[in-house]
Design a protein around this ligand. Sequence first.
Ligand SMILES: [Zn+2]
Length: 300
Amino acid sequence: MKILSRSTLVWAILMSVVAGGTLAVIGDQATPYGPWPGIGTGVVVLLLTLRRPLRRWRVSRRPLGEGNRQWLNARIPLYQRLDADGRARFERDVQFVLDEYSFEGVQGVDASKNLQLAVAAGVACLLHGRPEWDLPGTTSFLFYPDRFDDDYFGGDYADYDGMAHEQGPTILTASSVEHSWDSPDDGDNVVLHELAHHFDFDNINADGVPSLVAPESAQAWQALVKNEIRKVRHGQSILRPYAAEAPSEFFAVATEVFFEQPNRMHDHHPDLFGALCAFYRIDPRTGEKPASSTSDVVVG
Ligand SMILES: [Zn+2]
């Protein structure tokens, strides 16, 4: 996650020059105040357009806190593998999420700092190899006490631990969030699962082709997914059966296993591992960029 992207800077300068410059010329020619009101307007527009980068800059200067750092170090394998610079950037991404995302507990659940850290750590994992990205979609998270059904109630048919929405909040049960990072190598991580769905929402019907996959390699991605889903259905995959429910679920489950059991995925599903290395531009076994990409999947 960047403090200031080039496109934001260009947009901010363009807006301030157009708005402020126009008023400055008019003011200079038609008013006794000269160009100064226009120049002032340009500065205000520039500051307003850059308010998020300015806020991120301020947040980046705050220390994460030793307690939060220890929490990450005890639970997040990717964080443990990073060098000092990588850890600093990971911590900064965590800070941005804690500052910018909204978290709310439902039915008496306390949206505790640890639950928020668990989500922030998940975002930081997914984006670490792609510092130019932000997570697509909404940034609102609700923590439920127990599993819920399609109508968001508990009971006999409640079997959801999490649910991501394109236009609404991401829902997670508190216990499953805690489990996600208390057992960070069992291939079961609802935080990574639901966050991964966000990469799929720019498409029609969340079709399992993340929107950031380049159009020219969408076919290669779909062929890979089709082949890997067949393996799941025939019991020849390390991914749990739920991955075969739909291509979108396959991508979410594969993301969980990619980050939690990277060595196992590399050994059993090298093509899938290579494609996810290319997508997330990180080798979670080392925390570094993949040495070279042999995957047909290209990310736009
Ligand atoms: Zn899912």
